[in-house]
Design a protein around this ligand. Structure first.
Ligand SMILES: Cc1cc2nc3c(=O)[nH]c(=O)nc-3n(C[C@H](O)[C@H](O)[C@H](O)COP(=O)(O)OP(=O)(O)OC[C@H]3O[C@@H](n4cnc5c(N)ncnc54)[C@H](O)[C@@H]3O)c2cc1C
Ligand code: FES
Length: 428
C-alpha cells in the first residue's frame, strides 16, 4: 500500500461508516435478505412436515450413524449461492427428524465424510460453520468454495467441494462429525477485535460476527477482507446487514483485481491486497485480538507482519484451510519405501493392520508413511488443525513438525504433522 492508499483507507473508513446506514441498509438489500431467509425457512419446514421423502437406504445409513458416537447424518434443507459467479455456495443441514443439533463455538467447523470415488475410502474435509451458534440449533450452515470452479476438469467425485456444488441438493444426506476446532471467539471477553479474511476464509469469521450481532455486542470490531472482485465477493449482503446490527463494526474491503464495473466506496474500498502496516498505524488501542483466516500465503504474511510489529503471539488466532492434497511425491521406488527392511532404523508398527515398517526420510510425516504402505487413515486438513487423524500412540514418542492447533489427547498423536522420534506402535 502506498501513501495515497492510506488516504484511501482513511476514506474507506469514512465510507464504511456511511455505509452502515446508507447503501447497505437500503430497502432493496433488506428485501433480498428477507426473501432468502424465507426460502431457507421453507426448505426446513418442508423437512419438518415430511414433504421431502427419506429414501430407505438413507434411513438405514441414518440409523447406523446414530449408533456411532460423534457421527451424524444430516439432510440438506436448502442451498444458495453466495457469489455472483456461483463459485461459493452455502448448504443448510438439519437433522432429518427435526431434532436440535449439537452446539458449537463461533469459528468451529464440522468434518464431512464424503463417499469419494473409491468404495470404502471416504474423503474427509472440514467446513466451518458460517452461521452464529445462536442461530444454528436446528440447522447448520456450511459455505463451500468449489475448488474446481476454474478448472477444465469441472467435476470429480474425489473433489468434495465440486461434488457438493454439482450433486448435493435439497434432500441429500451428508455424513458429518460433531463440530470441533480451536479457532474460536471468546464471547465473554470485551477486548476489541480485528478480523482479517481472504476469500472463502470469511466463513468462520462470519459465524463470529453473526454471534457478536446476536449479542448486540458493543465491542470495537474491524474486518479487513480481501477478495478478487465483486463477482467473487461472498456474503456481500450479509456483511452489509451486520454493519447495521453492530454499532462499533467497520469493514474495509480490498479487491485485488477490480473490474471496471466494481464501485470503489460501495463494493470495495481499497484496490490491492491487505497490508498490515497502515492498518496498525490507524488502530488506536493496544489490546486488540487478531483473527486471521485465508489462503496460506495470506495467513503467513499477515501473521509475520503482526509479530514483527510487536503483537504478542497469544493475541493472534489463525486458521488455514490447509494444503488439501499432500505434496508427497515418492523420491524413490515405492517398493523400497514399503519394504519392512528399508529406510532408517526407527521402526513403526501399525498394530491393527499388523504391519511393521521402517521410518523413511522420503516421507514427510507418519500419515504419508501409512498411505504409502497402502493404509487409509482418517484425515481432514493434513495440517494439524482438525484433529481428524488423531490416533492412539501405544508406545514410543513422536516429534511434531509444527504445533498442533487442536488439543491432542494423552497417549495420542496427530500423524499428519508428526514423525517418530523412537520406535513407535500406533493403533492403526
Ligand atoms: C479447519 C478448516 C476449515 C475449513 N473451512 C472451509 C470452508 O468453510 N469453506 C471451504 O470452501 N473450505 C473450507 N476448508 C477447506 C476444505 O476442507 C477443503 O480442503 C476444500 O474444500 C478442498 O477440498 P476438495 O476435496 O474440494 O479439493 P481437493 O480434491 O482436495 O483439491 C482440488 C484442487 O483444489 C486445490 N485446493 C484444495 N484446497 C485448496 C485451498 N484451500 N486453497 C487453494 N486450493 C486448494 C487442490 O490443490 C487441488 O488442485 C476448511 C479447511 C479446514 C482445515
Ligand atoms: S488431518 Fe487434520 S489434524 Fe491431522
Amino acid at each position: 500500500m502506498n501513501p495515497g492508499d492510506i488516504v484511501s483507507l482513511a476514506g474507506a473508513l469514512a465510507i464504511t461508516a456511511a455505509l452502515t446506514r446508507g447503501a447497505y441498509g437500503a430497502v432493496g438489500i433488506l428485501n433480498r435478505h428477507i426473501q432468502t431467509r424465507k426460502k431457507i425457512r421453507f426448505g426446513f419446514e418442508k423437512i419438518r412436515s415430511g414433504q421431502i421423502p427419506t429414501v430407505s437406504p438413507q434411513r438405514h445409513a441414518i440409523q447406523s450413524a446414530e449408533a456411532s458416537p460423534g457421527i451424524m447424518n444430516l439432510k440438506v434443507v436448502a442451498r444458495e449461492y453466495e457469489t455472483l459467479d456461483r463459485s461459493i455456495c452455502s448448504f443448510y443441514l438439519a437433522s432429518p427428524d427435526g431434532r436440535s443439533l449439537p452446539g458449537f463455538k463461533p469459528g468451529q467447523h464440522i468434518l464431512i465424510e464424503h463417499p469419494g470415488a473409491q468404495p470404502g475410502s471416504p474423503i474427509k474435509r472440514c467446513y466451518s460453520l458460517s452461521e452464529a451458534p445462536e442461530n444454528s440449533s436446528l440447522r447448520y450452515r456450511i459455505t463451500i468454495k468449489n475448488q474446481m470452479f476454474e478448472s477444465s476438469q469441472a467435476d470429480s467425485k474425489d473433489c468434495c467441494s465440486a461434488y457438493f456444488h454439482n450433486h448435493v441438493d435439497v434432500g441429500s444426506v451428508v455424513r458429518t462429525q460433531r463440530p470441533g476446532g480451536n479457532f474460536t471467539l471468546d464471547s465473554q471477553s470485551e477486548r476489541p477485535l480485528v478480523f482479517f479474511a481472504g476469500g472463502s476464509g470469511i466463513t468462520p469469521i462470519l459465524s463470529m460476527l453473526n454471534s457478536l450481532a446476536t449479542r448486540r455486542s458493543q465491542r470495537e470490531i474491524w474486518l479487513f477482507y480481501g477478495v478478487r472482485n465483486q463477482k467473487s465477493h461472498p456474503m456481500y449482503n450479509q456483511l452489509g446487514l451486520l454493519q447495521s446490527m453492530l454499532v462499533n463494526f467497520r469493514q474495509v474491503v480490498y479487491y485485488s483485481r477490480p473490474a471496471a464495473s466494481c464501485r470503489r466506496g460501495v463494493d470495495f474500498h481499497v484496490e490491492g491486497r491487505v497490508e498490515i502496516e497502515p492498518i496498525l498505524r490507524m488502530l488506536k488501542r493496544r489490546d486488540y485480538l487478531f483473527y486471521i483466516c485465508g489462503p496460506e500465503a495470506f495467513n503467513g504474511s499477515l501473521r509475520d507482519d503482526l509479530q514483527r510489529s510487536g503483537v504478542p503471539e497469544n493475541a493472534i488466532h489463525m486458521e488455514s484451510f490447509g494444503n488439501r492434497k499432500s505434496n508427497f511425491q515418492p523420491q524413490t521406488n515405492k517398493q523400497e519405501l514399503i519394504s519392512p527392511s528399508s529406510g532408517s532404523k526407527i521402526k513403526v508398527r501399525f498394530a491393527r493392520s499388523k504391519m511393521n515398517v521402517n521410518w523413511s526420510s522420503h516421507v514427510n510425516n507418519i500419515l504419508e508413511l501409512a498411505e504409502v504402505n497402502g493404509l487409509s487413515p482418517n484425515h481432514g486438513c493434513r495440517s494439524g488443525q482438525c484433529g481428524a487423524c488423531q490416533i492412539k500412540l501405544k508406545s514410543g514418542t513422536v516429534d511434531y513438525t509444527q504445533n498442533p492447533s487442536v488439543a491432542v489427547g494423552k497417549g495420542s498423536c496427530l500423524p499428519c504433522i508428526s514423525r517418530p522420534k523412537t520406535d513407535i506402535v500406533l493403533d492403526l
